[in-house]
Design a protein around this ligand. Structure first.
Ligand code: NAD
Length: 350
């Protein structure tokens, strides 16, 4: 099969590209604009494969998308390209509407044109798989889980833009018959995570002796999924998922943010103790909470588990240990990004 991956130079997209090249015989086209969040270093180890291709392009550029699809003739389009950072969506929502809503519309329009031109087996096999987030469901209280039937209630510009894109995908399925699949996933963590997100940010700041900024009391609850478990779920869904269906993907690992930070500090204390012997947790500092910060997200992943036989292989404890070790072993990958990212964030604030 030929798999067209948008956003394949980002965190989850690159994990999918690496997984497909290393564990299947599929051909993969990585279509990515290479924004601040994308880097070809994430796919360097598979870039020499003759089953891998890269096209630098913008999902909002219909001509570029059409040309890449026509040339590659995909069996599956997995759509991951997005603006993905909630804090940035509060600083500047426009880019989120453009990429996540207009970009997804462009992908759907071009996928539809291509699919209409297919015939027979190729037409029957084609799938458009949209990758989304559990944040579209809003916030939970102490109890309950998000199921595929939970009404949408997005709270941030990011989640609202992803909700909009999900609705467009459903509409293209219902109205035009485009063979679509949607997955809504919880918080991912793992190697090659851009160091502005909670887990890598805490590791980087801890190692540099900087304060570890935790929003409010750090009592927000998220479900955590190791990125390599997520990409196995994506493969299960585009290979065997029922067309038109949504699948929630979760890690069965609810943690408060503060627990995540303490776990990271504990692993670092063991693997690379501070020079002064004090625990890394002494660097934790509370900062003013994010506006509209959702309290709790938790996923019911029963459908994908029962219908497609997928379950995460990592627990939070095993996955976070692998992740911290990866960041310790790969400083050459993330240090230049931290430097560049810090400069960009100062620019935003000014
Ligand atoms: P990311 O920010 O790490 O990567 C996004 C990638 O998309 C980058 O490589 C970037 O260059 C590319 N991109 C951005 N705008 C583009 C455009 N206009 N045209 C082409 N490429 C463009 O994001 P991620 O964390 O890997 O998330 C991937 C997808 O998964 C997103 O759709 C996100 O909403 C969803 N998701 C993420 C998480 C998570 O925890 N990270 C959880 C659930 C769902």
């Amino acid at each position: 099969m030929r798999i067209f991956v948008t956003g394949g130079a980002g965190f989850i997209g690159s994990a999918l590209v690496r997984h497909l090249i290393e564990n299947t015989e599929y051909e993969v086209l990585n279509f990515d604009k290479l924004t601040y969040a994308g880097a070809l270093s994430t796919v360097e180890r598979v870039a020499q494969s003759n089953r891998y291709r890269f096209v630098q392009g913008d999902i909002c550029d219909a001509d570029a998308v059409r040309a890449a699809i026509a040339e590659f003739q995909p069996d599956v389009i997995t759509h991951l390209a997005a603006e993905s950072h909630v804090d940035r969506s509060i600083d500047g929502p426009g880019a989120f509407i453009q990429t996540n809503v207009v970009g997804t519309y462009t992908m759907l329009a071009e996928a539809r044109g291509y699919w209409q031109g297919l015939e027979g087996e190729a037409k029957a096999q084609f799938r458009f798989h949209h990758i989304s987030t559990d944040e579209v469901y809003g916030s939970l209280g102490e109890d309950g889980l998000f199921t595929e039937d939970t009404p949408y209630d997005p709270r941030s510009p990011y989640s609202a833009s992803k909700a909009g894109s999900d609705h467009l995908v459903s509409a293209w399925g219902h109205t035009f018959g485009l063979p679509v699949l949607i997955t809504n996933c919880s918080n991912n963590y793992g190697p090659y995570h851009f160091p502005e997100k909670l887990v890598p940010l805490m590791i980087a700041k801890a190692l540099d002796g900087e304060p570890l900024p935790v929003y409010g009391k750090g009592d927000q609850v998220r479900d955590w999924l190791f990125v390599e478990d997520h990409v196995r779920a994506l493969q299960a869904v585009f290979e065997r998922g029922e067309l038109g269906r949504t699948y929630n993907v979760g890690g069965f690992n609810e943690k408060q943010n503060i627990e995540v930070v303490h776990t990271i500090c504990g692993i670092l204390d063991r693997l690379r103790p501070r020079a002064d012997g004090k625990p890394y947790a002494t660097q934790i500092t509370s900062v003013a909470d994010r506006p509209g910060h959702d309290k709790r997200y938790a996923i019911d992943a029963t459908r994908i588990e029962q219908e497609l036989g997928w379950r995460p292989e990592e627990t939070f404890e095993t996955g976070i240990e692998k992740t911290v070790r990866w960041y310790l072993d790969n400083e050459a990958w993330w240090r230049p990004i931290v430097k560049r990212g810090a400069a960009q964030r100062r620019g935003v604030a000014a």
